[in-house]
Ligand binder design. Structure first.
Ligand code: SF4
Ligand code: SF4
Length: 97
C-alpha cells in the first residue's frame, strides 16, 4: 500500500481548494473498513490521497480538504461504503493552468 505523506506529496500545486467546515465525504460504516476490506483500495486509487489508514485507531481517516472532485471514491470502494457529494455551493476545487 502507498505510504501517504500529506506534507511531502505536492499533488495539489495547480489547484485552489476553498474548503467548507464540513466534510462532503463520509465513511458509511467504519466496521466494514476494519473487518471486511483487507486491501483498502481507497487508500491508493484516490489521486490526491484523501483516504489513509490509521493503524492504531484501526480506521480510515478522510482528509476531505484534499478532494479534487474526480468522483472516483464511491465507485472504487468495493463495499459501497463511501458517501460522496459535491461540496456545498461556493466551495470546492478550482484549477489553474
Ligand atoms: S475501500 Fe471502502 S470499505 Fe475499504 S477501507 Fe476504503 S472506504 Fe472502507
Ligand atoms: S472524489 Fe476523487 S479526489 Fe475526491 S476523495 Fe474521491 S477519489 Fe479522492
Amino acid at each position: 500500500m502507498r505510504k501517504y505523506s500529506q506534507f511531502k506529496d505536492n499533488y495539489l500545486k495547480n489547484t485552489i481548494i476553498k474548503n467548507s467546515n464540513n466534510s462532503h465525504i463520509k465513511i458509511i460504516d467504519k466496521k466494514t473498513c476494519r473487518e471486511q476490506c483487507d486491501k483498502k483500495p481507497c487508500t491508493y486509487y484516490c489521486p490526491t490521497g484523501v483516504f489513509f489508514w490509521l493503524k492504531e485507531e484501526k480506521q480510515i481517516k478522510v482528509d476531505y480538504k484534499r478532494c479534487v472532485e474526480c468522483g472516483a471514491c464511491p465507485l472504487g470502494c468495493p463495499h459501497e461504503n463511501i458517501k460522496w457529494t459535491f461540496p456545498p455551493g461556493g466551495y470546492g476545487v478550482k484549477y489553474q493552468f
